[in-house]
Design a protein around this ligand. Structure first.
Ligand SMILES: [Zn+2]
Length: 330
């Protein structure tokens, strides 16, 4: 049987400016799909209406084009097509795979009574599991608008990561039942990403290591909704001099700033290619690297981007790629 055509996605959140870390993940994801002769779809993860701004939407699209990335078909707005997300949440609720939860974040923290504040993960203690007969009952009995939580069955979820290899997580004991909608009625990231990847036919997801921990939860939702899981690969993060992940508010490292300063995007692309061990330093456009693309079989350590890299780009050079000496961000 013929392998299905690779479909990957670019899924920026227009809730701020994109920075060098986003550029790296998007570029590598795009290379991988284009190297396989596949299709790239674009999705705007724009559900958080309190943070989405039109100037960010415009900026994100300009940034992608500036990097030399293209996509196939019409972009999907999660917000404009949110009915499908709510339908999936309702479906899980109707089948008893989700339940209403009226806990505030603070109540969850108090119920956990972790030995040390901020201890590891917050495992939801199951306060509202089997507590209410229905969403209406939860609302009437608590006087609060409920969230919906996915009911996690005991057991280990296993998947193969393209870079990290075999992974396993016992979601019930590490995370517990997790929200699929919030108390203000917004569909949670984990559910939105699963439903929209399926709607867009995505079968390959390359993204930052910070999302490795979410993957087992997404696998559970896919199974519950009868959706296929994509191939997942988690990439090294871009970190600053102190080893911290670049935050979206790192505006001085934003792609918009680099564009405004007249940086040649081929130099940033060359830095990313060098850090991914595709070849050193030639300032070529994004598409020129497709033929050289290959995924490493090992997880990546984090990559540094800070003052020296910025200075190199601003003065018309290709920065040398530096690995973070710290522990792997996985
Ligand atoms: Zn609850």
């Amino acid at each position: 049987m013929q392998e299905p055509r690779t479909v990957g996605r670019l899924a920026p959140s227009p809730t701020g400016r994109l920075h060098v870390g986003h550029a790296r993940s998007f570029l590598i994801a795009w290379w991988s799909v284009r190297a396989a002769g596949g299709r790239v779809v674009l999705r705007l993860e724009d559900l958080d209406r309190s943070r989405v701004r039109q100037e960010y939407v415009d900026g994100v699209l300009r940034d992608l084009e500036w990097l030399g990335l293209d996509w196939d078909g019409v972009p999907l707005s999660q917000y404009e097509s949110r009915a499908a997300l709510h339908a999936a949440a309702e479906d899980l609720l109707a089948r008893g795979l989700a339940y209403p939860c009226v806990c505030t974040r603070r109540e969850v923290q108090e119920a956990i009574a972790a030995p040390h504040a901020g201890d590891v993960n917050e495992v939801y203690p199951g306060t509202c599991r089997d507590r209410f007969a229905s969403v209406q009952a939860a609302r009437a009995e608590s006087g609060r608008e409920p969230a919906l939580r996915f009911r996690v069955a005991p057991g280990v979820v296993e998947f193969d990561d393209l870079l990290h290899g075999p992974q396993r997580q016992d979601v019930a004991s590490v995370v517990g039942d997790f929200p699929i909608t919030s108390r203000d009625g917004q569909v949670a990231y984990q559910l939105a990403v699963v439903v929209d990847d399926a709607r867009q036919g995505v079968n390959e997801v390359l993204r930052g290591d910070d999302l490795l921990d979410s993957t087992a939860r997404q696998g559970l939702l896919q199974r519950a909704l009868g959706l296929a899981s994509p191939r997942w690969g988690h990439l090294g993060l871009v970190v600053d001099e102190s080893g911290r992940r670049l935050a979206k508010r790192a505006d001085d490292l934003s792609l918009e700033r680099l564009r405004d300063e007249g940086v040649d995007p081929r130099r940033l692309v060359a830095w990313i290619a060098d850090g991914f061990e595709l070849g050193a330093g030639e300032p070529l456009p994004a598409e020129a690297w497709i033929a050289r693309f290959r995924l490493p079989s090992q997880p990546e350590s984090a990559i540094r981007f800070d003052r020296p890299e910025l200075d190199a780009l601003l003065s018309g050079r290709v920065p040398a790629a530096r690995r973070s000496s710290g522990p792997r961000m996985s």
